[in-house]
Write a protein that binds this ligand. Sequence first.
Ligand code: NAD
Length: 481
Amino acid sequence: MSVDALPASTPTRLLIGGEWISTAAGLNVINPASYGTLAQIGDAGVPEALQAVDAAAEAFQTWSVTPARMRAEILRNAFDLMSANIEDCARLIALENGKAWRDAMGEAVYAAEFFRWFSEEAARIEGGFRYAPARDKTIITDHRPMGVAYMITPWNFPAAMITRKLAPALAAGCTAVVKPPAETPLTALWIGEILQQAGAPAGVVNIVTTSRSGPISEAILADPRVATLSFTGSTYVGKLLLKQTAERVLPSSMELGGNAPFLVLEGANVDAAVSGAMIAKMRNGGAACTAANRFYVHESISTEFADKFEAALRGLRIGPGIDQANDLGAMVNDKERDKILELIGEAAAEGATITEAGTAPATGAFVVPHVVRGIEHGSVLTRNEVFGPVAPIVTVASTDEAVRMANDTEYGLMSYVYAQDAGEGIKVARRLESGMVAINRGIASDPAAPFGGMKESGLGREGGFAGIHEFLETQYFAVDL
Ligand code: NAD
């Protein structure tokens, strides 16, 4: 098998109404580690997008009343099938996104777990019964599937951002139109094929790959048969979409950008903090909404932390993600790489001390890890979501100062705290304005936990017990019994 070969079962056409549909024009998918073309896929326009809505609306009539047990079993089949073919999924992620093999495998496993978790949740959707306080009636609450869900996903987690939406939507009884990013559509189509094999009826899942996200989304969101939008991506595009969904007062789940602070407090174990920082910063080469974007380290340990972190970064092997020996893969494309390099350039112009920890291959969209010292809170790197392997380290004099700086952002997705013990960590976590806080560890994501942000990082929660409610409408019946 050539290095760039796709798994044999990778579809390249649109999935609409249970059929794989060709389009007149095609869209090239590029491997960012070699710039080779991986495949040419379908490029949907507005007609195909609306065809997908037709299929989803029709399938909703039966899927919404299919017994939850049956929906659960199809999702469980999807988990089993995905798990049995997990290396194919990881291969596609590594090839089209560029990330390191370990990250690709980690994502594939995490993505499959959403099918398992929501297969379990499908059969446990609760209603309620109680007497009104005046006892003049009873209050019965029911949850019913919203209808056709439109899903827009980003390129940084080509599999997990799809299953984190599709699994709860299908569990709830909704049908879906999915629009993956043009950079990483193959993994999405592969998941579509898994769901077909798992027994999802025609039209329950439709996937439209496209180079025309804007016009397609406008048409889909204006269609009265579409009941909800679930978006993961940048805050900028999230705000554009919220303006559109406001027109129809459409429920909108928004998983947006982040600017995660990583606090290392006085008395924290420096070696543990460095191990956590390697995960929080370097998973996905820094291209994660939860990635530690700025480090606030107590002055008593900041030099030791920076030295040890830099040494650990120097130990990483950089190269194509598909080669399992590499620890850090390519960025998704040259545009993303150049954005990161530009921010590093601006930090240098501000007078920061920047060290390159390693060397990158000559070809491909690679960025070597950078450690940035001698910067203040408020510098360009602490204000912007860098989305790459860049670690700006700010020295702080106290916990209060670290908390103040951590909260000084419009984002509120993720924070990390390394403290002397868990008790102190939780106390500080309660003061942080973020939807998630990892305490004395470098990762928090778990399909069984509620994922989501405060402030401009989003609306709603995915995963956990909350995730399915993004796709359910609450209805109340007033009854005299
Ligand atoms: P992006 O906002 O550029 O794109 C996200 C998706 O929106 C893609 O499918 C894209 O094609 C589509 N899109 C772009 N313009 C559109 C438009 N006008 N109308 C409709 N759709 C449009 O984001 P990205 O660069 O793909 O991903 C990186 C961003 O995603 C980062 O900001 C990251 O923090 C965020 N993200 C957030 C989470 C989370 O759970 N909070 C998870 C992963 C990524």
